[in-house]
Ligand binder design. Structure first.
Ligand code: TYD
Length: 135
């Protein structure tokens, strides 16, 4: 499974906390896009896709949510619940996000601009692509 958790250094003092993300210093790729998911309604599950060629770093800057990651052979669930941790997702990985807390703000850094052609939104097709990749 090509996913891993990255810990960020929290800079803090008696005023509170601060985390700085600097391209290629503590992010594993050059950042072309940032988006964030918030105000997610109760019980919503989203994602349901894989990418052909995209690196992403997901950081739950507020609240918590869970990721289901599936590389076609193994599945794992990872909870993000702290702003000092980022989940790196790269390679062929099907992802679903769920259990969003009401206050959840999920920020995602990506190494490419938005490109619908890079998405695999059908699970059966995802499994076919994984199998072809291994041939
Ligand atoms: P969608 O892919 O459905 O989100 P998720 O995978 O988290 O369920 O994206 C929702 C909409 O936003 C969809 O119309 C595509 C659009 N979108 C962009 O325009 N730019 C982006 O960077 C992203 C991630 C989505």
């Amino acid at each position: 499974m090509s996913s891993k958790l990255i810990n960020f250094k929290t800079l803090g003092d008696d005023r509170g906390s601060l985390i700085a993300l600097e391209e290629n210093y503590n992010t594993p790729f050059a950042i072309k896009r940032v988006y964030y998911i918030f105000d997610t309604k109760a019980g919503i599950r989203r994602g349901y896709h894989a990418h052909l060629d995209l690196k992403q770093l997901a950081i739950c800057v507020k609240g918590s949510c869970k990721f289901l990651l599936d590389d076609g052979e193994r599945r794992e669930t990872i909870e993000l619940s702290t702003p000092n941790q980022g989940l790196l997702i790269e390679g062929l990985v099907w992802r679903e996000m769920f259990d969003f807390s009401e206050d959840c703000v999920l920020m995602v850094l990506a190494d490419e601009h938005y490109d619908e052609d890079d998405y695999i939104r059908d699970y059966k097709k995802f499994i076919e692509v994984v199998k072809n990749e291994k041939k």
